[in-house]
Design a protein around this ligand. Structure first.
Ligand code: NAD
Length: 391
């Protein structure tokens, strides 16, 4: 875990425009950065919520020609990326605007990778070193408070043949600017508010406790925990609470900065294995495993979990009590925002071996504060399946 005498490198290449109503700055940013023919990458839910029109009205008024790819699916697929890139090429797009949650933003990043490399199969760019060319001008506009993808350097794409969620990671996939307008999150349905909110909390907790954490990501992660734990219930119970929505958006942005400079860990490894296999919402998968991986890891990072409990506003005497309090609060929060239990998701227990195997070889397993083998993942899967606290 981070020590003040350990060297590290920190770079945040993305500029941030933040605030209610700041979407209106889009045409000015496009003009300043030289974007003349954007492709907007989004999904049908965003179109249905009336958010695409907010963007196209601005572009129409500014006389900017554009094309829209709205075929992004949840857990975006390699086929979505291929189709989006083909559309961009045919239109002669010179820039990308990602409008949506993590799915649309990740799809846009990978479309950008294919545009940059003049390629059509994203699989070739899996991993940390394969994407080597700068993307065309890339602007992100998040509409969920969850993934932080608007500020991260990675995109998670499902390989449709193997049902495996691969990561394409490169500093070149960082957006030039993220336009973060909390008003765009007011229409997020309650169930999506819950799952994306716990996704953001998981980013912050895993970044703060990862073996490769560093002091700047630590500071940012703890503030993310403060913002998210104090506002998720309000955002869930009253979606039009702009203050709660704003705290959630800022919390998820900070959590994104934290984990992209530190890492995520075992919660994400098992959540991605499960989510890829069953095409389940990413945040829901994280919420199922977060308390159990915390319980498993606790003895290896008591002080850090106690810091998290403090950031959650909990009272305790010893670090042991603090660590326990943090786990209990995570359970309470998941229950309060009505996240489903593992048993309700229709997962076949016969797949646990496969999920545990995939999780153990995920590179972020190395970042978990306590080492985790396939058997340890099996224990976590079984404990989460048999849980009683959500009933
Ligand atoms: P999502 O983008 O899949 O959106 C979920 C649903 O909410 C969609 O149906 C969408 O149309 C709808 N929606 C989004 N914003 C809305 C709004 N304002 N109003 C009404 N409906 C709205 O969900 P997500 O959790 O944001 O993204 C999940 C994806 O992000 C997963 O594939 C996950 O693996 C990935 N992810 C990426 C990173 C990264 O750094 N790149 C990090 C974490 C997760």
């Amino acid at each position: 875990m981070s020590s003040i005498t350990t060297p590290f490198f920190f770079e945040l290449p993305t500029k941030i425009e933040y605030g209610p109503g700041c979407l209106k700055t889009l045409p000015a940013h496009l003009a300043k950065l030289g974007g003349k023919k954007p492709i907007i990458i989004t999904d049908k839910g965003i179109v249905g919520a009336g958010l695409l029109t907010k963007v196209t009205d601005l572009l129409d008024a500014a006389g900017v020609p554009y094309i829209v790819y709205d075929g992004t699916e949840p857990n975006p697929k390699d086929t979505n990326v291929r189709d989006g890139a083909a559309m961009a090429r045919e239109f002669g797009a010179d820039c990308l605007i990602a409008l949506g949650g993590g799915s649309s933003i990740d799809c846009a990043k990978s479309v950008g990778v294919l545009m940059a490399h003049n390629a059509d199969d994203i699989k070739k760019y899996e991993g940390k070193t394969a994407a080597t060319e700068p993307l065309p001008l890339f602007i992100t506009i998040p509409t969920t408070s969850g993934t932080g993808s608007e500020l991260t350097f990675s995109s998670v794409i499902t390989d449709t043949k193997s049902k495996y969620k691969m990561t394409v990671k490169s500093p070149y996939t960082a957006a030039a600017i993220a336009i973060c307008d909390p008003e765009l999150t007011l229409s997020v349905p309650a169930s999506v508010t819950a799952s994306t909110g716990v996704d953001a909390l998981t980013h912050a907790i895993e970044a703060y406790t990862a073996t490769c954490s560093e002091p700047i990501s630590d500071a940012v992660a703890l503030h993310a925990v403060r913002l998210i734990s104090s506002s998720l219930r309000d955002a869930f119970n009253n979606g039009s609470d702009l203050e709660a929505r704003s705290k959630m958006l800022m919390g998820s942005m900070l959590a994104g900065i934290a984990f992209s400079h530190s890492d995520v860990a075992s919660v994400h490894c098992v959540a991605e294995s499960l989510g890829g296999l069953y095409d389940l919402p990413h945040g829901t998968c994280n919420a199922i495993f977060l308390p159990y991986v915390m319980e498993y890891s606790s003895a290896y990072c008591l002080e850090r979990y106690a810091d998290i409990a403090k950031a959650m506003g909990l009272k305790f005497e010893t670090v042991q009590e603090g660590a326990r309090a943090a786990v209990e609060e995570v359970k309470r929060l998941c229950k309060d925002v009505k996240l489903p239990a593992f048993k309700e998701l229709g997962v076949d227990k016969a797949d646990f071996e496969k999920i545990a195997e995939m999780s153990a070889v995920n590179i972020s397993t190395e970042s978990n504060p306590r080492p985790m083998s396939k058997e340890d993942y099996m224990n976590v899967l079984n404990a989460a399946y048999d849980e009683v606290f959500r009933q």
